[in-house]
Structure formats: structure tokens, C-alpha cells
Design a protein around this ligand. Sequence first.
Ligand SMILES: [Zn+2]
Length: 450
Amino acid sequence: MRSQNDLNSPLRHIAPRFVKKRATCMVCGDKKLTPFLFLGKTAVANSFLTKRDLLKRELKVPLTVYYCHACHLIQLLDIVDRKLLFEKYAYFCSASTPLLRHFQNYAEELLKRFPAQAKKLTVEIASNDGILLKPLKERGARVLGVDPARNVVQIARRKGIPTIADFFSAKLARKILRKYGKAGLIVANNVLAHTDTLHDIIAGVKELLDEKGVFVFEVQYAIDLLDSNEFDNTYHEHICYFSLFPLTYLLKKHGLEIFDVKRVDTQGGSIRVFASHSPLRFPVKKSLSLLRLLEHKKGMDRLATYRKFAKRPPLVKHMLNQLLQTLKKHGKKIAGYGAPAKGNTLLQYCSIGPGLIDYIIDTTPVKQNKFTPGTHIPIVHPSMLKKSTPDYILLLAWNYADAIIQKEEWFSKQGGKFIIPVPKPAIHPVTTRKLRHSGQRKKKSSKKTK
Ligand SMILES: [Zn+2]
């Protein structure tokens, strides 16, 4: 087994040969693509640095988001080699309590709606540490995981979840088919947006899925991204940002069809999509037409919608910098909470470094005693919060804001405040007028914040 300390270190050495520029849309192959969101050149989000790495030059890759006029997919075209991003992965789903709960409920829904399919064979693409397969297996499903991150696979196997350490592909699907037979359920959560081999994966699903089988997946939802100004959810691991428009196109291309969809609150807002072979054997749920209608209404098929969205991130950058700089001038101590990929986009785009944030706490051991990519803020064990209590905490893992604020109730009780950066910087609990003034007016009311 690899030492956990060496995880991620290859990322900082990304050479240009590991970055390729696509010229066509990931889903439909069209060439008419318009860039609309420019987040600068950033270091790859999960490439945490050791102290020694700080002396070396960090390679940065453009973080620009494009719109496809043909299938309406929003996507990155600067693609970092997936082997560098995913073969040693620092994200363990089961480390998150809200995610554990989410996947337990998810397992229950699958078993309730598709019991025969789950028992026949449930294959999960990018199964991580078995967070969904474990509760499925405990409730009688026959499960098989597939995940390229060998360190994560070892953990899944130790939990008794049989897992293949590889990227899912049409070729691997055929291998699984020969050994295990057809799958009644194929599940893929938070992975379709993270791959540039989408068609190969969906071709594999088509081959492996039983004729009465169901393909269920979750992806971050483009409507939530826009509505909540989640521009920080843009990073190099996350290549596509889906609405139903491109998903429908993609599945149809491989003889699959959506029959149900529901919105779920993971990852800042996602959709859980249910699909099967076309023509469908399952009744099409009303939720599908309702969501399609909403997408038309919101203009998810128009460039103007995305251009309008792109005007919001610069405002966050300006407001957040003004707030943090003012607090700092008044001697306030500010820490960061959580070092997720999105946090690294936010910090880099907003140019927030160790001059403003003293340290960031994170529960993931492989991130501790390292520095954030691009911005070089030290990441420490959560116990630091009580040893060196800050006045303010910037919530970088804002998608868990409610859970974090509840967990760290002691911090608010002794007068500490949280800063939630998006959709626009806000202080929790709601601050006094004096503090608000100091955040917005800089010097004028500076002394009042004391
Ligand atoms: Zn397209």
C-alpha cells in the first residue's frame, strides 16, 4: 500500500504534454463553441503542495468555460490528463457525514423501486470507497464497484465491496459481462461530468445493462450552478456542467432514454437521472417534462443566459476581497474551513492567500500539513480551530454550511462568525450594522469594528 503522504504529489509536476486542448464539444462533437466564463490560469484544484514543493514552479492551466451552440453543454476545453487527476485520489466520500446519509437514502430508494435489478447485479462506476454499494450490499444487493483510484479501492475492498481498480470503459464493460453477466442496475455518481471519455462510458453502459435494467446517475445541475452563482464548482476535474439538453442527446446517441429525474441537494445541487434502453419499458414520469420546461424557461439553451451568469463572479471577487482586507486591517484573525476543489478555485480566482487567511482546517489526513495549490495557504488538522481560535471562518465547503455551523456551535457562541462566499459574500450569524459597514466601506468606519 502506498504511503498516504505521497498522494497527489505528481500533480504539481503536470507538464504541458498532460494538458490537451479540445476543439469540439464533448457530447455532440460540434465545433461552434463560445467561451463565456474566464477564471484565469489556475493550478489544478486537488494538487496540494508539500513545503518543499513551494520552492518549485507550479504549472497552471486555463480555467475557461465554453458553451456549445448545438447541444447546449457547458464545458472546459483545456483537459488535464485523467490519470494525473484520478489515479491517486484525495477524496474519500465516506469521510463526509452528510454524504453518508445521502447515499444510505439513495440505496433505499434503489432497492424499493428496482429490487429485482439490484439483486441481479449492481455495478457502480467510480464507486469511491463503497459509500453507496455498502448499504446496498447490506440490504441484499449483489454489488461490484469500479474505480481508478487504487488507494480508494483498497479501502472499499477492506469493507467487503468487490471493486475493480480501473477506469470504466466499453472494453471493461465487456470483461464484466463475461465474468458476472448483465447488470440490472448501473450507477454512476459525480463521474460523468469528470471524464473526457463520456461516449466510451455510455457505450459500456449500453452493452452491460440488462434489457430490463436501469442506469441511474447523479451529476451537478447547471440550473443550480447558475441560480446559486456556484462558479467555484468549476475546476479541471470537472469538465462538463449538465442540463437535460446534452444528457438527452448523449443517451439517445447510445440507444438509451431518460424516464425520470429528480433534483437532489448534493454538490450544491444535482440531478438524479433514471434511464433505460430505448424504447422504454418504464413509464415516463411527469418530473421529466416539468424539468425540461424549467430549462426552457431559464434559457439553458441560450448563450445569453451564460453570459449573464458570467457577470456575477467578478462581483464576488471584489466583495470578498474588500471584506477580508477590511477585517484584516482591523486585526481580525481569519481561518478557512475545508479545502475542497471548489475552495481552491475560489481562492485562486479571488487571489486570496496566506496574507488574508491564516490557515485552513480539513478533516482529510492527506491534505493536512500541505498547502493549497496556487495560493499556498497551510492546511492543518481541525483541532487547530480550538487552539488558535479565529474571529472569522471563511466557509470554503459552503455546500455543507448548515452542517458545519451546527457542528461548530461553540464557535458562534463565543462570538465567532462565518463568512459564506457564494452566491454573494455573507456573514453568519447576521452581523451588527457596525461590522457590515466596515466590510463595505473600508476605512471610514474601521474603528467601529473593534
Ligand atoms: Zn455539443
